[in-house]
Design a protein around this ligand. Structure first.
Ligand code: GTP
Ligand code: MG
Length: 270
């Protein structure tokens, strides 16, 4: 007699994963999840109370992945509720609102909260994090380069999203699930592609050039610096940022700022 079980096609290998959402209140965490799971957008702000839970199934390569999503409330009032839910997280969407600078500036505090609650450093390092720069359909207060650099410098993937029109949401979740599955298969997090190709020194130099208020600050020299000092500072930064040498996002703009500041300062020395 034949064994019927043997005749069945092998079912897809299944996997259960835990995903959380993090980020200030009103940045759009629930709307991003709703856009992905229900393909719709809710205009009215309905704050998440503590935590929302949902399950969805997605195919990733040859696996059927059952995704448990814990959507956290961003308001500090709900800290005591959401802090229970960080443990055993495999993937996270870390969301800020591109039209609200404070929400971008809070990202490090969210990482810190996650680190404190998870405790174990290697467990934290294995969480796959996708940074979502959300509400890109609105007027921006944080540009793409700044967000990308923040994510890259921490080894996270960066996505521009709009829960309003759906842009970037599907790609972001697909990358998140693929990252989580790869981590489960490898036993540890696989480095993100975007990390490669440039250094922290390059990132720091780009940020300083972009954010500095004066030409002196851009080059990192004191007012009254000599021609030699200006040229030395210029060369140090030019080596890091020359567009032929640097693939870091924002290098080209930063290099232009560097050249302009050097020209202005050399005129002052003359
Ligand atoms: P908490 O649950 O309080 O932590 O907030 P949340 O991060 O879950 O925010 P939620 O998804 O509830 O969205 C907050 C508000 O932003 C709502 O009024 C949404 O309609 C709006 N919103 C969310 N995403 C977008 C977006 O991509 N574009 C625009 N224009 N509005 C958005
Ligand atoms: Mg919410």
């Amino acid at each position: 007699m034949r064994n019927n079980e043997m005749d069945k096609p092998r079912s897809k290998r299944s996997l259960r994963v835990k995903i959380i959402s993090m980020g200030n209140s009103e940045v759009g965490k629930s709307c991003i999840i709703k856009r992905y799971c229900e393909k719709r957008f809710v205009h009215k702000y309905l704050p998440t109370i503590g935590i929302d839970y949902g399950v969805t199934k997605v195919p990733v390569k040859d696996r059927e992945v059952k995704v448990n999503i814990f959507d956290m409330a961003g308001n500090p009032l709900f800290y005591e509720v959401r802090n229970e839910f960080y443990k055993d997280t495999q993937g996270a969407i870390l969301v800020y609102d591109t039209s609200n600078r404070a929400s971008f500036e809070s990202l490090d505090a969210w990482l810190q909260e996650m680190q404190e609650e998870i405790g174990n450093k290697s467990e934290m390092d294995n969480v796959v994090v996708c940074v979502c720069a959300n509400k890109i359909d609105k007027k921006r207060a944080v540009d793409e380069v700044e967000g990308q650099l923040w994510a890259d410098s921490r080894g996270f993937s960066y996505f521009e999203t709009s829960a309003f029109n759906g842009e970037g949401v599907g790609e972001m979740f697909q990358a998140l699930f693929e990252g989580v599955v790869a981590t489960a298969e490898n036993g540890r997090r696989v480095p993100m592609q975007t990390q490669l190709g440039y250094t922290k020194d390059q990132i720091d130099a780009i940020q300083r050039l972009k954010n500095a208020k004066t030409d002196y600050d851009r080059l990192g020299v004191l007012p009254g610096a000599s021609k030699d000092e200006v040229n030395r500072a210029y060369r140090k930064l030019a080596v890091l940022l020359h567009p032929d040498k640097s693939v870091a996002p924002g290098s080209e703009e930063a290099f232009k700022l560097l050249v302009a500041s050097r020209t202005t300062l050399l005129k002052k020395c003359a």
